[in-house]
Design a binder for this molecule. Structure first.
Ligand SMILES: Cc1cc2nc3c(=O)[nH]c(=O)nc-3n(C[C@H](O)[C@H](O)[C@H](O)COP(=O)(O)OP(=O)(O)OC[C@H]3O[C@@H](n4cnc5c(N)ncnc54)[C@H](O)[C@@H]3O)c2cc1C
Length: 469
């Protein structure tokens, strides 16, 4: 039998935001037989675990709140954050689709909080937050898929592609051959696969055994294998988003509290500690992926009801954010265990941490002088500045060791078509979301960056694949 005779229209690999969006969009654009294969026993991938914040320009919610924005603004900011190293055509397609994709999610029934917030340090707020976070998005889209007769086959891993004469014509799903006119790869990242992290993101492995992935088990990087099988170009080597932690607990902790001071192995500060996490991640990369948090006795005597502001990134709907690592009971426990180093002077602390005492003394003195005046060399806001003066002094190594998202995968063009080594589309193969490469830069562009890519390229992939039928 020829592959085309019993082919379905579209096979989507993975049921996170990218896959659900692509499948529903394709169906709404005229595809009749659409199947989603999901390797795990649960729908939703990392999307269902996530906080549900998405970036988009020129959304209905922005307009409602009187915020003037445009795809061009977003494009210019995105290209600047990512230092103009990403393909402009791809980012243009993304930024143009970003707002309509959020409006489309609302039309499908996803409820967002009635506010628009900053995802990082952009000029114009363009972040929206789903009311029931990621699980809420998945619930709505899975129900929508069902209402459109899109099957989601759970526990059915796609094992390999079926390729004939250079065109993708289906895949091995579980034990079955499934022929399809198009296959859309939406199988997420590779954070749960240490072998692939070592191969595709060696910079992250500097965290050694502190490294952990906060996403779903299904993030095994299968799209990289499919890309190799189809001879696709793989893009985004050594990219992704890491969050720093001191190895006390494995908990999602996006930000370093603003009141803290962090120095590198030489004893000098290297970033405004309250910066967006994408910027902090990049700063770690430029400083041997290693920092030390330094604080004094005052930090152990804060009144929890009247403590210093810790974060400039506020998500009103989430309530007050408390640090999983840097709260008083945890810090006291870690001091007791010897996991936090204690000393009676800054010089002694430096010695114990293996940092130059003179340099650390100088750094702390400089910081304290700035704090007295409300001025910081790294531009940290005055409200975060607390002098480090009260013995005993404390220090703890911190590493960018929580993998939040990966950025390597098959390269797509502005129609979400997977391309070969010459940049030409591979017939029958599309991709969207964290499975793709070439969309994240060295600086992750703020909260909502990844989901924005999933929704936008999910929409684009669904429309493109349907248009080839
Ligand atoms: C705790 C947490 C909070 C986050 N918060 C945010 C946020 O607020 N905003 C933001 O932008 N990003 C956030 N992220 C990142 C974001 O959630 C992910 O990057 C995004 O959800 C990825 O979506 P996806 O559709 O590409 O992949 P996923 O949602 O991971 O879905 C991929 C699916 O494909 C399946 N799959 C894999 N291989 C196969 C195969 N061979 N066959 C069949 N199925 C397969 C997987 O099991 C999975 O279900 C967060 C991540 C985490 C973990």
């Amino acid at each position: 039998m020829s592959p085309k005779e019993d082919a379905i229209d579209i096979l989507v690999v993975g049921s996170g935001l990218a896959g659900l969006t692509a499948a529903i969009t394709a169906r709404q654009a005229g595809a009749e037989l659409v199947l989603i294969a999901e390797s795990q026993d649960v729908v939703g991938g990392s999307t269902r675990l996530c906080d549900g914040m998405i970036l988009g320009a020129n959304t209905r919610l922005q307009r409602k709140h009187g915020i003037e924005d445009s795809a061009k603004n977003f494009f210019n900011e995105y290209m600047a954050w990512t230092q103009w190293e990403l393909p402009g055509g791809l980012i243009k397609a993304f930024t143009e689709e970003s707002g309509p994709a959020i409006d489309w999610l609302e039309e499908q029934g996803v409820e967002f909080h009635d506010l628009v917030i900053y995802g990082g340090s952009e000029n114009i707020p363009r972040g929206v937050v789903a009311k029931e976070k990621g699980q809420g998005i998945v619930n709505v889209l899975a129900a929508k898929a069902k209402s459109l007769d899109i099957d989601i086959a759970i526990g059915q891993p796609v094992k390999s592609l079926i390729i004939r004469d250079g065109a993708v014509v289906g895949a091995i799903v579980g034990d079955d051959e499934v022929f399809a006119r198009s296959v859309i790869l939406a199988s997420g990242g590779y954070g749960a696969n240490p072998v692939k992290v070592a191969k595709w993101w060696p910079n992250a492995t500097s965290a050694g055994d502190w490294l952990w992935y906060m996403g779903a088990d299904g993030a095994q990087g299968d799209a990289l294998d499919f890309a190799e099988q189809a001879n696709a170009r793989i893009s985004g080597f050594d990219r992704g988003l890491r969050l720093p932690h001191p190895n006390f607990v494995n908990a999602q902790e996006p930000y370093i509290p603003g009141w803290q001071i962090m120095v590198n192995a030489q004893g000098t500060r290297f970033v405004d500690e309250s910066s967006p996490y994408g910027a902090v991640d990049r700063a770690f990369s430029l400083n041997d992926n290693k920092g030390f948090i330094i604080f004094d006795d005052q930090a152990l005597h804060v009144d929890p009801d009247n403590e210093m502001p810790a974060y400039k990134q506020v998500v009103p709907a989430f309530g007050k954010r408390r640090s999983a690592s840097w709260n008083v009971p945890m810090m006291e426990e870690m001091i007791e265990k010897g996991a936090i180093t204690q000393a009676n002077s800054i010089a002694e602390l430096a010695q114990k941490l293996g940092i130059s005492p003179e340099q650390l003394e100088h750094t702390i003195a400089q910081y304290n002088a700035g704090a007295a005046e409300g001025i910081d060399a790294f531009g940290k806001e005055a409200k975060f500045l607390r002098p480090v003066v009260q013995a005993p002094f404390y220090g703890k190594e911190i590493r960018p060791a929580t993998i939040a998202a990966t950025g390597t995968g098959p390269m797509i063009d502005n129609k979400a078509r997977v391309v070969d080594h010459n940049g030409d589309p591979i017939p029958g193969l599309f991709a969207a979301g964290e499975a793709t490469g070439g969309f994240l830069g060295y600086v992750y562009a703020g909260s909502g960056n990844s989901l924005a890519g999933c929704a936008s390229f999910g929409r684009i992939a669904g429309k493109s694949a349907a248009s080839t039928l």
